[in-house]
Ligand binder design. Structure first.
Ligand SMILES: Cc1cc2nc3c(=O)[nH]c(=O)nc-3n(C[C@H](O)[C@H](O)[C@H](O)COP(=O)(O)OP(=O)(O)OC[C@H]3O[C@@H](n4cnc5c(N)ncnc54)[C@H](O)[C@@H]3O)c2cc1C
Length: 434
């Protein structure tokens, strides 16, 4: 019997250390600089953050999503999932542990497809947490449907020239390089139509037309951007993974990343549940505690049940990734957790807000932030509906259509078959075909 819900004691000790470290130290940084996780650090921030990063390194927990060839521990997705559950409770923890999205995904792309020069120039400082990067794919006229992307790169001798516009290019204003997806073979089938380029931020022609924020971001902290590429020239070595291979390259950043997002959400949703439980035990109305009201008990019970089942689904997916070592074989599972990540966060955040009354909607509590993150998780990296389609398509491959106009589970026909098998009677279809 191999199913075992225990974590090896050595790794459990590391997780316990990480939890205490995030709760007692990193959470303080979250309170002081809630909006600065992607910016260049000020000297004051460096003085506080660098020693924290050093402690993480000392414990061997720095950037451990990386494979051993890049200095990572090769922990595998299951162990990483458990660590991400801890990191999800804090804004700064991913940066302090060297696992901040989208930089982690961009780092994986560079590690797989970058030249030695690109790795030295970008990957090393990115892994050090000294720079941030931008993934520039979505366009104003469409995000979920890459078939409508028009930003194009045209070859000119040994160079490529990129023209077009991208939006939702997160952290463009602070990024030192951009990974840009551009059409290179307009007439080709979609999966071969686009190519991924790495473009240094200082390349002439990159124009940030407009910075805007997600709900809750202050004017100086807006992290999103509309970026125009005006005759942006890059050498052929800027191509990542070969001409026409953008989708395969994009896959590199998404598989493991979705498990990490899901487990960070487990950590965040647990925090919302903790806050909700404390409030239920602290607030009385009409002479009894909220915790004693049946409807509140239902809210708390449903939140626990949804979170506990989601956590198991994510851990099972991570386990399958480690076991099968082939992301194609876990597409259904990864799409399923992507759908559930947004739903669980939204549902638990909504209940926590409701239970806090007006206070829950205010900036005095982190609950609206949790709800916003749940809503954004249902869009960023592909909307829920697209992932539902993947789940359904993958699942339906396991089934066949009924050979009859009637379902194979039609009871009268099944009963007749059973009688034939058990009593040797001649089988006749009880409900006729026509
Ligand atoms: C916080 C945040 C950060 C982001 N960061 C980045 C980034 O760094 N880089 C980047 O390139 N992009 C980024 N994005 C963009 C993200 O990838 C897109 O929002 C996403 O792909 C959806 O595209 P869209 O917003 O254009 O929505 P649309 O494509 O316009 O879809 C809108 C809605 O239409 C419906 N819909 C769409 N397609 C289908 C379908 N096939 N079946 C059924 N219904 C459908 C769904 O309800 C969907 O929510 C970010 C988004 C957010 C919210």
């Amino acid at each position: 019997m191999a199913i075992d819900f225990e974590v090896e004691s050595d790794y459990q000790e590391l997780l316990d250390w990480a939890r205490e470290f995030v709760e007692t130290k990193v959470s303080k940084v979250d309170l002081i600089w809630p909006h600065d996780t992607y910016k260049d650090m000020t000297p004051q921030q460096r003085a506080i953050i660098d020693p924290l990063k050093a402690q993480v390194r000392e414990k061997g927990l720095w950037a451990c999503h990386l494979g051993p060839d890049l200095g990572g521990k090769g922990y595998g997705q299951l162990k990483l999932a458990l660590l991400n559950e801890v990191l999800g409770t804090s804004r700064w923890a991913p940066r302090i542990f060297g696992t901040q999205a989208p930089d982690t995904g961009n780092a994986e792309i560079l590690a797989h497809y970058g030249t030695d020069e690109q790795k030295q120039r970008y990957l090393e400082p990115l892994l050090e947490g000294d720079i941030v990067s931008c993934f520039s794919m979505t366009e104003p006229q469409g995000g979920a449907d890459p078939g409508v992307f028009t930003t194009a790169a045209v070859q000119d001798g040994d160079e490529w020239v990129i023209n077009g516009r991208k939006v939702w290019s997160s952290n463009a204003r602070w990024a030192k390089f951009f990974i840009v997806m551009a059409v290179t073979s307009p007439g080709a089938p979609l999966v071969e139509r686009m190519t991924m380029f790495v473009v240094p931020a200082e390349t002439p022609g990159i124009e940030i037309q407009y910075n805007f924020g997600v709900a809750g971001e202050g004017e100086d902290d807006t992290s999103e951007a509309l970026v125009k590429y005006n005759n942006v020239r890059v050498p052929s070595t800027a191509i990542l993974g070969g001409v026409g291979h953008a989708f395969a390259v994009a896959q590199t950043r998404l598989g493991g990343g979705r498990v990490h997002h899901a487990m960070r959400t487990v950590g965040n949703a647990q925090k919302a549940l903790d806050i909700m439980a404390e409030r239920a035990l602290s607030r009385s109305t009409k002479g009894t505690l909220l915790a004693d009201k049946q409807s509140v008990q239902q809210m708390i019970a449903d939140s626990y049940i949804e979170l506990a089942s989601f956590r198991l689904l994510v851990l099972h997916t991570a386990w399958k990734i480690d076991k099968l070592n082939d992301y194609q074989k876990v597409r259904l599972d990864i799409a399923a957790i992507k759908v559930q990540t947004a739903r669980v966060m939204q549902a638990i955040a909504m209940r926590a807000i409701q239970l806090h009354g007006a206070l829950g909607t205010s900036q005095e509590m982190p609950l609206m932030g949790f709800l916003n993150s749940g809503i954004m998780l249902g869009l960023a990296d592909g909307p829920t509906e697209v992932h539902q389609t993947t789940v359904a398509r993958q699942l339906l491959r396991r089934y066949k259509a009924s050979p009859s106009i009637w379902p194979t589970s039609l009871i009268p026909n099944l009963k007749a078959q059973a009688e034939q098998e058990l009593f040797g009677e001649v089988f006749t279809q009880v409900v006729p075909e026509s």
